[in-house]
Design a protein around this ligand. Structure first.
Ligand code: ZN
Length: 293
């Protein structure tokens, strides 16, 4: 205990000194910009439980020092003095750790590599929007074929790729980033209809130079089930006329919020899943060993 207290005081002192190096050690004020150490706590709130556990552990060394100093020194204001101005925030922070994970009960889990256009420092669609697209895909694929998805990587696309107009744009969007084993999903500002005027919400695209290379492009005007629909194409489905199906783009009395995959579509996707795993086009993510034995 005595050792811990001493260490705490030393760290508090170090913090004060560090504050002095980059500016006067003014007391914390509510208007002070949150330092890097405070950001993980804020990011925790909307995250699912599984992500929260991981995120709580991954606080930086500065955060650990602050907590310890607060616990052992009577003057708490010292601990929240911003040491230096916060670096520019990563516009894609949380897109991997704070998006939905495959539920442990899923039979199979596949990785999604996200590519998001960042324009003037902001993604064309935010973390909450992407999380919602993923959550709906997980619901539908989970119910139909016991498959889940989770984001395993994210990277930023330049603002020049915000508007995808031509077929060549679609090819060039995915070609440099393509790899086997995961589903590459591109989130762009707009996606033109290459067969006529206007925009579309999403597309499952095959590189015309090598059609086994394929990916999903989702526009910022996507509906809540657009990613799910395009993943349906990725899993071999064409458009259908089943009233219940989210692959049905025609008239149906069933509202979109209630659309899912038809059982016959589920059968077809199961076969495609097995083929993609066998060929290496998709790689199974490691699953918790809870069901072992
Ligand atoms: Zn479609």
């Amino acid at each position: 205990m005595a050792v811990a207290l001493t260490r705490g005081r030393t760290l508090a002192l170090a913090l004060v000194l560090a504050g002095g190096c980059s500016g006067p050690p003014t007391p914390a004020t509510p208007s002070a910009a949150p330092g890097p150490a405070e950001r993980p706590a804020a990011a925790l709130e909307p995250a699912p439980a599984a992500a929260e556990v991981g995120e709580a552990v991954v606080t930086g060394p500065a955060a650990g020092a602050e907590v310890e100093a607060e616990a052992s020194v009577a003057a708490p204001p010292v601990a929240v003095v911003p040491v230096s101005p916060a670096p520019p925030a990563d516009p894609l922070a949380g897109f991997v750790d704070d998006t939905p994970r495959c539920p442990p009960e899923r039979d199979a889990c596949f990785g999604i590599h996200l590519h998001v256009v960042v324009d003037e420092g902001a993604p064309v669609r935010d973390l909450a929007w992407v999380s919602d697209q993923l959550a709906r895909a997980e619901e539908r694929f989970g119910a139909a074929i016991d498959v889940g998805f989770e984001v395993v990587a994210v990277d930023a696309l330049p603002a020049e790729q915000r508007d995808i107009v031509t077929r060549l744009d679609r090819d060039k969007l995915g070609r440099p980033h393509f790899s086997r084993g995961v589903v590459h999903v591109f989130v762009v500002g707009s996606l033109a209809d290459v067969d006529g005027p206007g925009e579309i919400r999403g597309v499952h695209w095959r590189d015309r130079a090598a059609t086994e290379r394929r990916w999903v492009i989702v526009s910022s005007i996507a509906g809540s089930l657009t990613l799910t629909h395009e993943l349906g194409h990725f899993f071999s489905l064409p458009h259908s006329r089943y009233p219940v199906s989210l692959m049905n783009k025609g008239e149906s009395p069933i509202p979109w919020s209630e659309r899912a995959f038809h059982p016959r579509e589920a059968q077809r996707m199961k076969r495609a899943r097995a083929q993609m795993v066998a060929s290496g086009a998709l790689k199974l993510r490691p699953r918790p060993a809870a069901d072992a034995g």
